[in-house]
Design a protein around this ligand. Sequence first.
Ligand SMILES: [Zn+2]
Length: 235
Amino acid sequence: MWYFVNFILGAILGSFLNVIIYRSVEGLSINNPPRSFCPNCKTTLKWYDNIPILSYIILRGRCRYCHQRIPIRYLLVELVMAFGFLIHSLFFIWQVNLILNAILFVTIAVIFIDLKIMMIPDFAWIIIGVVSIVDLILNGELFLRLISFVVVLSILLILKAIYKEGMGSGDIFLMSVFSFLLSLPFAFYMMILSSVLGIFFAYLRKSKVIPFGPFISLSGYFLYILDILIMVKYY
Ligand SMILES: [Zn+2]
């Protein structure tokens, strides 16, 4: 039952995330208009056009009204969220399960929004901030986390002062809260891993500006799992 709840919750939040991604990228308000609409013909969608995963498959990836193709991203986000939540519930106790769900939500949001408009939404670091407080309550280690946070933040501010265009303030916020969540030494691994991945990505894309957000979130997500598995926390 718990596994099933996780799967459904993941699918529903994935559907909600698609709305957030679309509206953030287009610069629209998240809650106005309140109902989902087709980006092409602007028809307000009925509830049965909005069932996560199923509607996309039934409608064969097209709008019911104007038959415009719906990007595969919509299905992909819902599937990754649903199966991600399911896997978290299969392998981890419920506290870790919920924390990982929240980190995955942020990671997918940041991947699609930051790559498209080079901006990390505020809710990303706010959610990770809340998650890190929950993790602090569960696992303690306040002092080590504070050192981790201050050291990482200082390094980032120095880098920002040297290379003015290199990092946005969104990157700095996100990496700092992740360093409080992961604590030492994993915060350092996250910093190194996300920098290497980000620079490699920019090199492949031949672009000068680096969207660090997706790599910070992905590194944070995987290192949090690694930390749990290695340190055998919560047991
Ligand atoms: Zn349409």
